[in-house]
Design a protein around this ligand. Structure first.
Ligand code: DGL
Length: 275
C-alpha cells in the first residue's frame, strides 16, 4: 500500500547548491513550525549548463532521497530543475506514495504574473538551461496570450554572486551589460528566473531606476507551499524545528555563502547519495 503523508513530516527542498536557500529562507519565515530538509547538489553544480537528461536524473535521485527521509512534500527550489524535471519528480513520487505533492518555482510565478492585468511586456532572466527550455514564455502565454514575454540568459550572474561580487564595480558592470540589452527595453516587469538572483535584487531594481517590477519567486512560492499544505491538512505546529542541510560534495564556497542566502548560521552535512 502507498504511504500517506502526515503533518509532522519535514518539507524537502532541493537545488543545485546554494540558490535554493533563498526559497528555503522564505519558507522558514512563512512556516516557522515546519522542519526543512534541504539538499544542495554541489557535486553536480551548476545545473544551468547541463543537459535535460542529466538534470532529470539528478533530480529524480534527490527526490527519492528526500522521500526516503520522510518528506511530506517536495519543493524544487531551482528554476533549471523546475524547467526540466518537474514531471519526472512527480511521477517518481506517484509510483511510491499517495498524496505527496511537488511544488516548483516556475508555476507559482506564472500564475501570479498572468493575473496582473497591468503588465504588457515581461522580461525573464535565468540560466542558459532555463531560458533554452522556453518554460516561462510557454507557460505564461498559455495563460495569458496578450502578454509579451522576452527572455535573456544571464549565465555570468551565478558565478559572480558565488564569488561574492555583489555591490561593486564588477557586479555593476555585468548587471549593466546584461540588462541594457535591447531585448529588455520597455518591460513592465522582470522575473528573476534563477534562485540565486534575489541576492542582487536591489541592484537590479536600481538599474531600472525602480520603474520595473522585479519579481523574485521565493515569497510567492512559499505562499503557494503553505496553501497546499493547509488544503491537505498537513501544516505542522512543532516548536523550534531543527532543519537539516545536506550537500552532495563539500565545498568551502557553499559553507561560506550559505549564510548569506539563508540569513542564519547553518550546519552542513555532506552525503554523496550517488555512491
Ligand atoms: N539555482 C539554479 C536555478 O535557479 C541556478 C544555479 C545553477 O546553474 O546550478 O536555476
Amino acid at each position: 500500500m502507498k504511504k500517506v503523508p502526515t503533518a509532522e513530516q519535514p518539507i524537502g527542498i532541493f537545488d543545485s547548491g546554494v540558490g535554493g536557500l533563498t526559497v528555503a529562507a522564505a519558507v522558514r519565515r512563512l512556516l516557522p513550525n515546519e522542519k526543512i530538509i534541504y539538499f544542495g547538489d554541489t557535486a553536480h553544480l551548476p545545473y544551468g549548463d547541463k543537459s535535460a537528461n542529466s538534470i532529470q536524473s539528478y533530480s529524480q535521485k534527490i527526490a527519492e532521497f528526500l522521500i526516503d527521509n520522510d518528506c511530506k512534500i517536495i519543493l524544487i527550489a531551482c528554476n533549471t530543475a523546475s524547467a526540466y524535471a518537474n514531471e519526472i519528480v512527480k511521477s517518481t513520487i506517484a509510483t511510491r506514495f499517495a498524496g505527496i505533492k511537488v511544488v516548483n518555482v516556475i508555476d507559482p510565478i506564472v500564475n501570479n504574473i498572468t493575473k496582473k492585468r497591468k503588465y504588457k511586456r515581461v522580461g525573464v532572466i535565468g540560466t542558459k538551461g532555463t531560458i533554452r527550455s522556453g518554460s516561462y514564455p510557454q507557460r505564461i502565454i498559455q495563460q495569458n496570450h496578450r502578454l509579451e514575454v522576452v527572455s535573456l540568459a544571464t549565465p555570468l550572474l551565478v558565478p559572480m554572486i558565488e564569488e561574492g561580487f555583489i555591490y561593486d564595480d564588477i557586479s555593476n558592470a555585468i548587471i549593466r551589460s546584461y540588462l541594457s540589452q535591447d531585448k529588455l527595453k520597455n518591460i513592465d516587469a522582470l522575473i528573476l528566473g534563477c534562485t540565486h538572483y534575489p541576492i542582487i535584487k536591489n541592484q537590479i531594481r536600481k538599474f531600472f531606476n525602480f520603474d520595473v517590477d522585479v519579481i523574485d519567486s521565493s515569497q510567492v512560492v512559499a505562499t503557494q507551499l503553505r496553501s497546499i499544505l493547509a488544503d491537505a491538512n498537513l501544516l505542522n505546529s512543532a516548536e523550534n524545528p531543527e532543519h537539516q542541510f545536506i550537500i552532495s560534495d563539500y565545498t568551502e564556497m557553499f559553507e561560506n555563502i550559505a549564510r548569506m542566502f539563508f540569513d542564519e548560521e547553518i550546519h552542513l552535512q555532506c552525503k554523496n547519495i550517488w555512491k
